[in-house]
Design a protein around this ligand. Structure first.
Ligand code: ADP
Length: 484
């Protein structure tokens, strides 16, 4: 029963079953056709023999059967056991010839057979072989006579028996061969599936390194195998990224905790003046602040994926949103002597998205511009574009998963005249916990741009960066107006 559950067994059984049905139908057809044509040959021989004899009899005016059949033209039929009977209108046998003696009765009114013929198949009680009997009636010198000609069908029966035997032996052999062939063909075609099953069993959440590594074929199984391998590749990469993220997160959390422990430990070594305690608390507060922003960043990253799907998308006026972001950060910029230049139209940049996500995205970008600039200006501008226009990016840009369709796009540019980012760091700045150089800012935790690129990706957009050390940095966010 378990055997029947395998696909190869079912395939083999189906092949054998269908072939058996087809061969049975074909065999029946061949058998019936052969029988019909062999019988037609016998009938034709009987018909022409009878016609010939009647014509001969008419010509000579006398029918003597023995003389008639001694003609060489009947040699072949004689060998096949030709039998003949001549009767008068009353049904009295006038003459007989040949080995067959048990003749069928004539119709009651033999004149009914005039100009017509009758064919019967009877079984010879002596030899038990079928006999084909041809009966016809003719008028000779105003006397109605009947002529019966018979031939044994034993040759036909022999041929038919041979054909039946060939079919009965041949059909099962062909069916068994086809079934076995089907089984092995299916087994060969499906063997990669077994490898997929074995590999899938090997895979655990600890180790996703297993791959099928089967030769690439451009068929259904080949495509399944390739899809399976690429799925494993993606899962593996995803798991490794998550593990790395957890390790990095723990490591990042350990640093402020260790600093706090050191501050507390050294403060408690002896009695201290109130000023020292106050200083210790100020230092602790800094570390706590660092931990708070770190855990907040982690929380945002963890939630982004999970909550975005359930977040209600709303129509957001990006012009107003950007102005709010600039207004809230302007005091911070002005404290550092920086100027925020607003090149955003007063309204009318409406797109579908998550308001909270978009605020966080642009706050991160403008906040970075403030953090990493000592003087100069921070310019925020917008423009409408199309995918073609936005795809030709100059070198040095970092695309984050470009996934844009043909719809018009909205581009937001945040550029500063700050310290810039060295080219070798550009490929990594969107990675989690990646900091160009911690000496450039003590506040950063390396999650701001990772969160920003996550938000952009969830909106179906792209984020790119261009930067030159000492001259400034420009981030370009491209968003579709409608989230797909
Ligand atoms: P952080 O919290 O350290 O700012 P981010 O993910 O926001 O982390 O940024 C990653 C790194 O990219 C930062 O360490 C910083 O050095 C660099 N960076 C980001 N924005 C700018 C900018 N506008 N100018 C210069 N460097 C930047």
């Amino acid at each position: 029963m378990k055997f029947l559950k395998t696909l190869r067994a079912r395939f083999a059984l189906w092949t054998a079953g269908l072939l058996l049905t087809a061969l049975i139908l074909f065999g029946l057809f061949v058998y019936a056709y052969m029988l019909r044509s062999l019988r037609a040959t016998v009938d034709h021989s009987l018909d022409s023999a009878a016609t010939q004899m009647i014509a001969e009899g008419m010509r000579s005016g006398l029918i003597v059967l023995d003389d008639l059949v001694s003609d060489p033209q009947y040699l072949q039929l004689n060998e096949e056991g030709l039998s003949i009977r001549l009767l008068d209108a009353a049904g009295t046998t006038l003459q007989t010839y040949g080995p067959y003696q048990t003749w069928p009765d004539l119709p009651a009114d033999s004149s009914a057979l005039l100009q017509r013929t009758q064919l019967d198949t009877l079984v010879d009680p002596k030899s038990q072989t079928p006999i084909r009997v041809y009966t016809t009636t003719f008028v000779r010198r105003e006397n109605v006579r009947s002529l019966q000609v018979a031939l044994s069908m034993s040759d036909v029966q022999k041929t038919m028996n041979l054909l039946l035997a060939a079919l009965l032996v041949g059909v099962p052999i062909i069916v068994i061969l086809a079934g076995t062939g089907g089984y092995f063909l299916a087994a060969q075609a499906l063997s990669p599936i077994d490898t997929v099953t074995r590999t899938a069993l090997q895979i655990s959440d600890k180790d996703l390194s297993a791959r099928l590594h089967l030769p690439a074929t451009d068929d259904e199984v080949g495509r399944l195998v390739a899809t399976f391998d690429s799925m494993l590749e993606r899962l593996d990469a995803g798991f490794r990224r998550e593990r790395q993220f957890t390790a990095d997160a723990s490591h990042e959390l350990r640093t402020p905790l260790a600093a706090m422990q050191t501050i507390i430990g050294s403060t408690l070594t002896r009695k201290r003046a109130p000023d020292d305690y106050e200083q210790a608390l100020i230092d602790l507060n800094k570390e706590v602040e660092q931990m708070r922003s770190l855990t907040e960043g982690l929380l945002i990253l963890a939630r982004n994926g999970a909550t975005y799907q359930s977040t209600r998308l709303e129509q957001v006026d990006l012009a107003l949103l950007l102005k709010d972001v600039m207004d809230s950060l302007r005091p911070l910029a002005e404290d550092k002597g920086l100027q925020i230049v607003d090149k955003v139209p007063s309204r009318g940049l409406s797109l579908e998205g998550s308001r909270d996500g978009l605020i966080r995205l642009f706050v991160n970008l403008v906040d970075n511009a403030i953090k990493y600039s000592k003087e100069g200006t921070i310019t925020i501008s917008t423009q409408m574009t199309t995918p073609q226009m936005s795809s030709g990016q100059p070198n040095g840009n970092q695309n984050v998963e470009p996934k844009l369709g043909d719809e018009p796009l909205l581009q937001v540019t945040v550029s500063d005249t700050g310290i810039g980012i060295p080219a070798q760091h550009l490929p990594y700045i969107f990675d989690r916990f990646y900091r160009v150089d911690s000496s450039r800012s003590s506040e950063g935790i390396g999650l701001g741009l990772a969160i920003a690129s996550d938000i952009v990706r969830l909106h179906g957009g792209t984020i790119t960066v261009q930067s030159e050390v000492g001259k400034g940095t420009t981030f370009v966010v491209t968003l579709p107006l409608q989230k797909k």
